[in-house]
Design a protein around this ligand. Structure first.
Ligand code: DAH
Length: 367
């Protein structure tokens, strides 16, 4: 006959060796489950000699109850300990500051575009949109740019389809526009005069990329059409615009020039905002190695070439069905990228497109 004490000792030793709830459960199944030695012995009691049945039953049941009590108490202990360990692991410190959520900022070009838009909105202009893919008609013909003009050459302009090398022109051919002046036509076709609009957008040219050239860059076009507009209105508008943009009252200088879609045409220079026109580096101005005492923004010129402009050519009005005898208008185009470079004093256009975070992060613009 099995020794009850021995069975109980074996069971107890294994239960005590368990260090986790799972181990304890396993040991409990082995010793107190249906096929545990002690359980089997108690279940088999009727096959024992009658004189043994009494004390085996009694001692066996006592031993079993003690083991069950041990399992219950130890199980609770182990479960508590495991819970404590888990809580310690999962601890949340409510006093820690929240983790910062990284937030994007506006790219310098977007900031600059919005600044330009704001200035014109303040002067009563509307901001309009226009396509980047245009027909040769919008790109050149309707802008009074004749067949044979170098800009119409596929070495200067990206043709998408339909370029006719023999005829030299196909008004339906598709190009990437080379200037935002195309927006003038689009607006006039949709709106009756008077109108005062600006259009910022991308333009494309077949240029080799260097510090001051890119095959894609940004311009903003302004167009005003009304009765009685003159070059004086153009100049006054420029003074207001450029003064707000660069800060202060700055002189404007108009030089005669030629653009096919304006007559007369001018190039406009603005007095250098860094040296105020003197051409000499202002006192305390940061100068690079080997620098002269010339102003680095205008390179000693005193003036900054800033935009092309002019009075809208009657042929352009005719192309969109405006009456050139009744209305007149002025227009100009300014490089947005160049404005950003001037205002923030960096010499390489490519910084704007390479998206090197070391550059981008220097101009955090709030959305
Ligand atoms: N479209 C010209 C360019 O890209 C700039 C320009 C000149 C725009 C005269 C105008 C203008 O509106 O009147 O060089």
């Amino acid at each position: 006959m099995a020794d009850i004490e021995q069975l109980a000792r074996d069971a107890r030793a294994e239960l005590e060796a368990a260090t986790t709830v799972a181990e304890l459960d396993a040991a409990k199944v082995r010793h107190l489950g249906k096929s545990g030695p002690l359980v089997l012995l108690l279940g088999d009691i009727r096959n024992l000699p009658p004189e043994d049945r009494g004390h085996v039953g009694k001692e066996g049941n006592v031993a079993r109850r003690q083991l069950e009590e041990y399992v219950a108490a130890r199980g609770a202990e182990l479960a508590d300990a495991e819970l404590d360990a888990q809580v310690a692991r999962d601890v949340v410190d409510m006093t820690l500051p929240a983790r910062a959520v990284p937030q994007g900022t506006l790219h310098l070009l977007t900031q600059t575009r919005r600044l330009l838009e704001d200035i014109f909105l303040g002067m009563g202009y509307a901001v309009i949109d226009a396509p980047e893919v245009e027909s040769e008609w919008y790109g050149f013909s309707a802008l009074n740019t004749p067949v044979g003009h170098p800009a119409r050459n596929p070495t200067d302009t990206f043709y998408i389809e339909g370029h006719d090398a023999n005829a030299g022109a196909n008004d339906d051919a598709l190009i990437l526009r080379t200037q935002t002046s195309t927006a003038q036509l689009r607006t006039m076709q949709l709106t009756k005069p008077p109108l005062y609009v600006v259009h910022p957008g991308r333009v494309y040219r077949r240029d080799d990329i260097d510090a001051t050239h890119s095959d894609m860059f940004h311009q903003m076009e302004a167009l005003a059409v009304d009765e009685g507009l003159t070059l004086a209105h153009l100049k006054g508008t420029m003074e207001q615009f450029l003064g707000t943009l660069f800060g202060g009252k700055l002189e404007i200088r108009l030089r005669t020039h030629f653009f096919p879609f304006t007559e007369p045409s001018v190039e406009a220079d603005v007095q250098c905002f860094n040296c105020m026109g003197s051409g000499r580096a202002p006192e305390g101005d940061a100068q690079g190695e080997g620098a002269s005492d010339k102003c680095r923004v205008c390179r000693g010129e005193g003036w900054i070439e800033i935009m092309g402009a002019g009075m809208v050519d009657p042929n352009v009005f005719e192309a969109v069905g405006y009456d050139a005898d009744r209305v007149s208008g002025f227009a100009f185009g300014i490089g947005i990228d160049r404005v950003a470079m001037l205002r923030h004093d960096f010499p390489d256009l490519r910084h704007l497109f390479q998206n090197d975070l070391r550059f981008v992060r220097q101009f955090p613009g709030r959305p």
